[in-house]
Design a protein around this ligand. Structure first.
Ligand SMILES: Nc1ncnc2c1ncn2[C@@H]1O[C@H](COP(=O)(O)OP(=O)(O)O)[C@@H](O)[C@H]1O
Ligand SMILES: [Mg+2]
Length: 399
């Protein structure tokens, strides 16, 4: 089996890769000539012996732009393969490479020791991605969890929670998470994750993608943290062409492919939200620490209970928690008539992270808000004790 595949004609580099592998790593290296770069991933893998490689080295000696075009296709079709671009680097190139799903960019002069460490890391990443994917895509496995992040009001932190939840879950299931922006008119998942989507929900619910879940996957945008995203339409008017039935079909398809489908929604209970709730296994209810927000959520939960549209699992997040708000967590719980499960304090790091397009759970920030968000993620971890139903709705300690 060729665990390593390199597209290069630079024999000196090839020699160093062989040395790095020998004695330290299992598997061997196969090389393809630079012309191979023009082919599709399927063309390239046709030339490889046995199973698909775990690591694909693009270069040295190939045009970086062409390499990145190929990387995008590999990343979509074979996300389990770790891609390494071998070329003289520049900050712009590294950024473009990251967006294309390349795991690392290294100089052609890299020494044998560094190469060995790099290849080892790439193999570890490849196997954990494969594990995540097999959980996410096993055809006979039951559907993934559909997590609706909801609130009757805007500006209470739905997108903040949804993006952080997706990033946090991707650590449990790399490439097993998809984040769907169903705030169809003014969704900002793309900005919140610094994505430049080529396709949006509009293409995903019309045409071939609606018939075939594998085609649908090609319309998703990949975030470097191992999350797939389906972004909102480019213009608010496009939302008119997306019906509740489209949403139902889309979420069913995604749940058959992914372990976790996180849905960011528009404020209120529009038809797209109700269609989402019908499919959802989990409702993450976001409430601000102010009377209108708490009252709004109380009414919303009442209506949905009557309509029998409350998802099986409930997670109430009290966001913007602040001792000086004049309300306590107990006041909020008494009005809502349900316990608060997670408290996320008001924090300066969150608007900063929104403005940077880097969710706090993607960075090293560990303030109380990040901890609250991580606690929410932990509730979805199958191996976490917090999952147990006894603890599911335990009371929170006052923030
Ligand atoms: N706990 C918090 N503390 C401070 N700012 C927050 C907090 N949660 C969210 N924000 C900020 O509030 C703004 C609105 O949040 P957002 O997630 O877009 O709300 P929604 O999606 O519900 O409209 C964003 O700038 C976000 O960074
Ligand atoms: Mg939002």
């Amino acid at each position: 089996m060729s665990r390593f595949l390199a597209i290069t004609a630079v024999r000196d580099f090839e020699g160093r890769v062989r040395q790095a592998i020998t004695g330290a790593l299992h598997g061997d290296l196969q090389t393809l000539p630079p012309e191979a770069i023009a082919g599709s991933p399927a063309d390239i893998l046709q030339h490889t012996a046995g199973a698909a490689p775990e690591v694909l080295l693009l270069g040295p000696g190939i045009n970086p732009e062409e390499a990145l075009k190929l990387a995008v296709l590999f990343d979509l079709q074979y996300p389990e393969i770790s891609l390494v671009l071998v070329t003289p680097t520049s900050p712009e190139l590294v950024l473009a490479a990251m967006r294309a799903g390349v795991r690392d960019v290294v100089s052609p002069e890299i020494n044998v020791n560094d190469l060995r460490i790099l290849l080892e890391r790439c193999c570890t990443a490849a196997s954990s991605r494969r594990r995540g994917m097999s959980m996410a895509t096993a055809p006979d496995q039951e559907s993934g969890r559909v997590i609706a992040v909801m609130s009757p009001k805007g500006g209470v932190g739905k997108t903040t929670v949804a993006t952080n939840l997706a990033i946090g879950l991707a650590k449990l299931a790399p490439m097993g998470v998809v984040l769907v922006d169903l705030d169809l008119q003014f969704g900002d998942v793309a900005t919140g994750l610094q994505l430049e989507p080529e396709h949006s929900i509009t293409q995903a619910v019309h045409g071939a993608a609606a018939q075939d879940s594998m085609v649908l996957k090609a319309f998703l945008t990949v975030h470097p943290a191992g999350v797939y995203a389906l972004c909102a339409p480019r213009t608010p008017a496009e939302s008119d062409y997306i019906t509740a039935d489209h949403v139902t079909q889309l979420l069913t398809q995604l749940a058959s492919q992914f372990q976790y489908v996180v849905v960011d929604t528009a404020p209120g209970l529009g038809e797209h939200c109700l269609a989402t709730l019908e499919q959802a296994t989990d409702g993450v209810w976001i409430c601000g620490m102010d009377v209108p927000s708490v009252r709004g959520l109380h009414k919303c939960l009442d209506v949905l209970r009557e309509l029998q549209l409350l998802p099986r699992n409930r997670h109430v997040v009290l966001n913007f928690a602040d001792r000086k708000s004049g309300l306590s967590v107990q006041d909020v719980e008494a009005t809502l008539n349900v316990p608060v499960d997670v408290v996320v304090p008001r924090s300066r790091t969150l608007p900063f992270s929104t403005n940077r397009g880097v969710p706090v759970l993607q960075s090293k920030t560990r303030d109380a808000a990040a901890k609250g968000l991580q606690k929410l993620v932990d509730r979805f971890n199958p191996s976490s004790s917090i999952q147990s139903s006894r603890k599911l709705h335990r009371r929170v300690v006052v923030a």
